[in-house]
Design a protein around this ligand. Sequence first.
Ligand code: V0D
Length: 255
Amino acid sequence: MFAFLNKNDPAETTTPAIDPQRIPAHVAIIMDGNGRWAKARHLPRIAGHKEGMNTVKKVTIAASDLGVKVLTLYAFSTENWKRPTDEVNYLMQLPVSFFDTFVPDLVKNNVQVQVMGYTDKLPAKTQKAVNDAIADTKDCDGMILNFALNYGSRSEIVSGIQAIAAQVQAGELAVTDIDEATVDQALMTAPLAPYHDPDLLIRTSGEERISNFLLWQIAYSELVFTDVKWPDFTATTLKACIADYQSRDRRFGGL
Ligand SMILES: CCc1cc(N2CCCCCC2)n2ncc(-c3ccc(F)cc3)c2n1
């Protein structure tokens, strides 16, 4: 079901062998450990977030080069608003910094940006940076880089139920016609079809929790937990996680 990597090789010094024919189509990552990375170096937490953004750039290109179809990154949860104001303010300018420096590389690598979450609640500058990047990469038909931004799975499911109920109330949908596909189409991952469900979910920094991320979508996902902190995560770490994924015998509930 899930495994914990890096018991013996935390630095991932060896490049694992992976089968290029069995790359997971959709990889989702909970990018944890940025604050602890900074604390271990006697740096402010925002230094960890800044280094974490550099890792986003490196891992985006690595995933695209490996042939991943969708890379979903949990950048900011609905619960993160509880953090200190100065940290939230710093985090909210990261999408601006990211796109100021990285959109040309995204286009060069044919990467399309998508964003899911309650983005209307974000600061105007953050929303503009996100909307500009989506517009600038809309013609790219390579890997989709999907940021979860002000996202929470339970809220997403409630919003989806409300949308389905409105369809029934409007006479557009019969209750007996509601099925799993109806729910898939009502969730924020609908635009990722046919890759709306992650094949592989990675969480960094040793925590073994899902933390309200893609709860419906990970029903059959392989879960890999690594103790590597996100700022230390590299293309080699990604390959090690994919090698672990490829070592699994996925049954989707069957024998
Ligand atoms: C808004 C919070 C946040 C935090 C953050 N961190 C800090 C915490 C996680 C580690 C990665 C670095 N990053 N890194 C990229 C983005 C980003 C988000 C949307 C977008 F369209 C483009 C880039 C980002 N956003």
